[in-house]
Design a protein around this ligand. Sequence first.
Ligand SMILES: NC(=O)c1ccc[n+]([C@@H]2O[C@H](COP(=O)([O-])OP(=O)(O)OC[C@H]3O[C@@H](n4cnc5c(N)ncnc54)[C@H](OP(=O)(O)O)[C@@H]3O)[C@@H](O)[C@H]2O)c1
Length: 316
Amino acid sequence: MSDARTIAVIGATGAQGGGLVRAILADPSSGFRARAITRKASGEKAEALRKLGAEVVEADLDDEASLAKAFAGAYGAYCVTNYWEHFTPAKELSQARNLAQAAKAAKLEHVIWSTLEDTRKRVPLSDPRMPTLMEKYKVPHFDAKGEADAVFAEAGVPTTYLLTAFYWDNFIYFGMGPKKGADGKYTITLPMGNARLSGIAAEDIGKCAYGIFKQGRQWIGKRVGIAGDHVTGAQMAADMGKALGIEVGYNLVTPEAFRGFGFPGADDLGNMFQYYTEFEQEFVGARSLDTSRSLNPSLLDFKSWLAKYKDRIPLA
Ligand SMILES: NC(=O)c1ccc[n+]([C@@H]2O[C@H](COP(=O)([O-])OP(=O)(O)OC[C@H]3O[C@@H](n4cnc5c(N)ncnc54)[C@H](OP(=O)(O)O)[C@@H]3O)[C@@H](O)[C@H]2O)c1
């Protein structure tokens, strides 16, 4: 029987957790094993992970007992919640509580909590520069994750707080790719002014998390921000144009205009981009490229991400 240490991975069928499972399985001599957690063990994505060599276990973030069972016997866990499935910060918080309690019950030795800044620490609800959303939040999908940091600390779970960054994959899957205007020219639309956006290839988040597990105890109790590059909207448009062989402009809109786009979550994202812009130094400063690369030596910068994924960027 192998004495490999098991990492239980929440979100294994998704972007972050999937990257971690694949990183563990790609390195069989690492001393780690991957336990992929999903609500649907018979699903196609779970089956693909099983074929790669992962153990697949069912659990639901809304069911603490199922999580405790799925964590049993593991060394560590990667914990992520998916705000965009329900758009409810209170649910994200309660799922984080379930994760922390389950991790405590299973006596895990190392947990990574995938988090983001609680923007209310810099933009209190009384600050009128951006609207307060759902009565208690400025950037709901950030604030609930940031608020949940305390849940892990209070439960006494040995946790690393992993501050993630904007996925460049949003240009592929989130409708943010170049759009053709009435003048026939392509643009990407971002309310980022001249500020740099900390971005990352989604797959690299899991690879960085794997680096944290490998480096081990030194990361417990620490906050670590990761990014593959810090690039302005204008530079991203220029780089994308070069990679795609077309001209891509930067359609600079205001956060207010972005909030008004009307798709679900547009107000949340408009506030997020305003926060990125107005707190550029703090946001970028919290995500060291050197640290990210030390955790994940194959980390992609924006140009190398484009070289690898340009064919998947839809042109609308
Ligand atoms: N897009 C960005 O730029 C960006 C940047 C930073 C952070 N984030 C954050 O990333 C998070 C999402 O992570 P992702 O992109 O890796 O997700 P994803 O690719 O959309 O996949 C969602 C994953 O969450 C799992 N999941 C959702 N609800 C669950 C539940 N009730 N019980 C068990 N598993 C559940 C799903 O598992 P099954 O369906 O298999 O059960 C799936 O593996 C969001 O909270 C978002 O705020 C996004």
